[in-house]
Design a protein around this ligand. Structure first.
Ligand code: FMC
Length: 271
């Protein structure tokens, strides 16, 4: 997660976080990528596009619902990992706990050169987000881990930076913004205050958990998020999310394909 060429980041929040300089060893040609996706509907277009096969002889612990699709696309060894369906309720295992577990297990099992966390998100129109927009997250933080004790407060926010990808940004038709993560689809007034403090443009339920684990294990990560709903708009989030999910996941699939096409044949420093 270390941004190349930056020793320290800029805002007050970041001042307490020293970010290590990327070592020469980090500048390898990207060969294996792990794409972490929370919902099956978000993964399906990409599984088809890259013609991936489900791993039936699973690399993960026996009995977990986590699903891995894998295959070769161009020169890349591509893995899509979903936390799968809740064993009791049968719904996608969204949220930070499953996301951090699958990220950890995927890094241990696959040793990826790069993690891509792809998914849908809510967007703030006051910060320039529209339904269907694709964002690359520059920074990631939590908005529902309130610990009002000095230093623990910063730990709760868990501020991280994605690797810097200036060339990817120049090439793709995407926006850049800060991402804030919490374990709820809805938003409370306290969440809203934290999201504003995080200066976030988009809001999801997994990004900061993936960022935490990627940073922990020193694997570079990027975050591709497609906006399904406008958080500060008139429509109720759940209705808008469901209404737009199919179209927006198709757009997400297209964007992640472009990202993967761009990554193919490149070193980390070329992103
Ligand atoms: N708030 C939080 N999460 C989401 C969102 C919003 N307005 N829109 N879409 C999402 C994402 C989350 O990351 C979950 O994976 C899923 O979609 C909603 O349960």
């Amino acid at each position: 997660m270390a941004p190349p060429q930056e020793e320290k980041s800029k805002t007050t929040e970041e001042e307490s976080v020293t970010i290590p300089i990327t070592s020469a060893a980090d500048n390898r040609r990207i060969s294996t990528i792990a794409i972490i996706i929370a919902m099956q509907a978000e993964a399906n277009p990409l599984v088809d596009r890259f013609q991936l096969k489900e791993d039936l002889d699973c690399v993960f612990a026996k009995g977990v619902p986590w699903v891995r699709y894998h295959g070769t696309y161009r020169d890349l060894n591509i893995n899509i990992i979903c936390p799968g369906k809740d064993a009791v309720l049968g719904v996608d295992s969204v949220g930070t706990v499953p996301a951090s577990l699958v990220t950890y297990a995927s890094i241990q099992a696959l040793q990826p050169d790069l993690i891509i966390n792809a998914g849908t998100a809510g967007g703030f129109q006051a910060k320039g987000a529209n339904v269907g927009d694709i964002f690359l997250a520059s920074h990631i933080a939590f908005h529902d881990r309130r610990i009002p004790i000095p230093v623990f407060d910063l730990y709760g926010v868990g501020f991280r930076q994605a690797i810097s990808t200036p060339n990817l940004l120049k090439t793709l038709n995407v926006k850049i913004g800060k991402l804030s993560t919490g374990d709820s689809l809805d938003i409370t007034p306290q969440d809203e205050a934290s999201i504003i403090a995080n200066d976030a443009t988009i809001k999801d339920m997994e990004g900061a958990a993936v960022a935490y684990v990627a940073d922990l294990l020193k694997v570079p990560a990027i975050f591709v998020k497609a906006v399904t709903d406008i958080v500060d708009g008139d429509k109720p989030t759940t209705e808008e999310f469901i209404e737009n999910l199919a179209a927006v996941t198709a757009a997400l699939g297209g964007a992640v394909t472009e990202v993967v096409d761009f990554i193919s044949g490149k070193h980390l420093s070329e992103l």
